[in-house]
Design a binder for this molecule. Sequence first.
Ligand code: NAD
Ligand code: TYD
Length: 351
Amino acid sequence: MTILVTGGAGFIGSNFVLDWLRQSDEPVVNLDALTYAGNLENLASLQGDARHTFVKGDIGDRALVDRLLAEHRPRAVVHFAAESHVDRSIHGPGAFMKTNVEGTFTLLEAARAYWGTLADDARAGFRFHHVSTDEVYGSLKPEDPPFAETNPYEPNSPYSASKAASDHLVRAWHHTYGLPVVTTNCSNNYGPYHFPEKLIPLMIVNALAGKPLPVYGDGQQIRDWLYVTDHCSGIRAVLAGGRVGETYNIGGWNEKANIDIVKTVCALLDELRPSPEGSYARLITYVKDRPGHDRRYAIDARKIERELGWRPAETFETGIRKTVQWYLDHPEWVARVQSGAYREWLDKQYG
Ligand code: NAD
Ligand code: TYD
């Protein structure tokens, strides 16, 4: 038995591969294009481990995907590969359409062709697990209940629109062709190997460098934060026991305003790496808001708990402390991801 993971050199994908191989000996074939967000260093501990086969390539390369499926005969595809950053999607939506929409289409077609060649048992057991986001549901008002799986799709950014499109393709490939799919829609993740263009790691690395901590708009936007290994265990639970054709929301029951996240990161750094210049909170700087900025996301994660017994293991307090400590313990990882391309992004976004 083998699984094919796409995007397994990115933030969540690499955590998933590491977590998977800690829990089982089932081999992983990892297809990743190594865009700016993909980093083989995340997988350095797997060097020489025969259970992990890394393949550099694009999910949109049909011939390559066909070859990998035929060679490795996976029992499941777990699809993480995507362009994932909302701010980048505002500057350049094209890459999001290419990978998230066209790439998912190509992967679905390749999976469908391969699945059609399987014997009955293998056909019934096969899964195409699509990893998606809560952002497809749009933005909540303060008094709204959290997102349930039945919420209508109302994506507002080029990123969320591209993910919504991919979710619809996955759904259609099940309804039309019978492909055994499951989809998970998860809230904001945080933890080790998070690329420092996203809120939490950006605040940690900027604070340590004595740079401004840019808070968009009034900082009162709310996200529901989930520690990344809890997302990984949720995916494992759905892959193992989720009902075919269903979607499952995964969330941390941790709604927090951005400004409170930033203040928490500052307080932890004050404790763990105090600065002679005073609290890191002095670096908090309110900047221009993100266009079309969604005000609030929150996940109702009762379905996955009811059907599969999954709940997050980390609280926000335990997860954020581990995360800050991880960045303090891995200055060389941080230094290496802050390459020229990363600096160009900071200039473009923050001036
Ligand atoms: P990421 O940007 O850190 O990693 C994406 C990975 O995909 C990278 O390794 C990149 O090299 C690879 N990739 C990009 N285009 C590719 C292509 N065309 N072919 C092959 N590989 C390609 O993203 P992430 O934060 O790890 O997110 C992973 C998945 O989870 C995405 O589908 C994202 O939409 C979803 N998701 C993320 C979050 C979050 O908070 N980060 C929350 C919910 C869902
Ligand atoms: P982000 O990590 O980009 O995730 P997403 O947009 O997918 O939720 O941003 C999380 C929140 O933090 C979002 O409301 C935007 C905000 N934010 C800032 O205030 N400043 C920043 O520099 C960044 C990157 C994000």
